[in-house]
Design a protein around this ligand. Structure first.
Ligand SMILES: [Fe+2]
Length: 273
């Protein structure tokens, strides 16, 4: 074996550098077959709800979902799909498998995962599911996390989410006081030319730090957006607040054997020489 000059492999170093510079990375999923099966499982749930057969062209069906459901009925369908997909035994492990190698490089191999994966469905011109510019830590989320964002269709332009790259986010935070009393709309106006509209084709995964400013606008493309998102954090990182704690909101998923033996170990007593 050759001598090593770094603790990281080159590909781990590359993804870490990109993440540290920009606050996000986009990569092909680790397991495309798994993603296809997961997507089919979601379509089956949606079709059952609508009382229709599963179509042959899944991509076309999802992109043109506005032909199958009205904006009024969308939230019922979304909530039903969200509940049923999260109840499947295979759902969270398969979701994790899509980004596994990137999560390992960026977060670690001993992880906690949000208890449920969120589902977002945005029909063209639907203004009911906007996400104004924000950082998740404003709402009490731990800053020691990433969001794994996984689209079920090609996402681009207003059919995707936007992020403010890390250097711009930091510049804004350095002068954040000036937005006091002005609201987030003023902030959005100031930075709108520097936002990145993340181009994430189906088969790719976006992993981003929600410490970066991000959000979404009305989808004015002619196709429906389907995307999922879920938080991952290192098992041994600080957790914030009672609501977002380990064991309920975050669940350990890859606890290693040595951690288990360490946690189970009790110093023996009672023996005296
Ligand atoms: Fe967010």
């Amino acid at each position: 074996m050759a001598l090593q000059t770094s603790f990281f492999a080159q590909d781990e170093q590359d993804i870490a550098t990109e993440f540290l510079e920009q606050g996000y990375v986009i990569r092909p999923v680790d397991d495309k077959e798994g993603l296809d099966a997961l997507r089919l499982g979601i379509v089956e749930i949606a079709c059952e709800h609508l009382g229709i057969d599963v179509p042959n062209d899944i991509d076309h069906f999802l992109n043109n979902f506005q032909d199958h459901v009205s904006i009024e009925n969308l939230n019922d369908l979304r909530l039903n799909t969200y509940r049923k997909m999260n109840a499947k035994e295979w759902f969270r492990p398969t979701y994790y498998a899509a980004g596994k190698s990137k999560l390992a490089a960026l977060v670690g191999n001993e992880l906690a995962m949000q208890n449920r994966v969120n589902l977002s469905i945005q029909l063209p011109d639907d203004d009911s599911s906007l996400l104004p510019i924000h950082a998740d830590s404003f709402g009490g989320e731990t800053p020691y996390q990433v969001v794994q964002w996984l689209p079920l269709v090609d996402c681009y332009k207003t059919k995707t989410m936007f992020i403010l790259p890390r250097p711009v986010t930091e510049r804004v935070y350095a002068d954040f006081k000036k937005y006091e009393g002005q609201g987030l709309d003023a902030l959005f106006e100031d930075v709108k030319d520097e936002l990145v509209w993340l181009d994430v084709p189906y088969g790719s995964v976006l992993i981003f730090s929600p410490n970066n400013l991000h959000g979404g606008v009305i989808n004015v493309e002619r196709e429906t957006r389907w995307s999922m998102n879920c938080r991952f954090t290192g098992l041994f990182t600080p957790y914030r607040g009672a609501e977002k704690k380990l064991g309920s909101y975050y669940l350990p998923i890859t606890t290693r054997a040595v951690t288990k033996t360490g946690m189970q170990y009790r110093e023996p007593s009672g023996f005296q020489e």
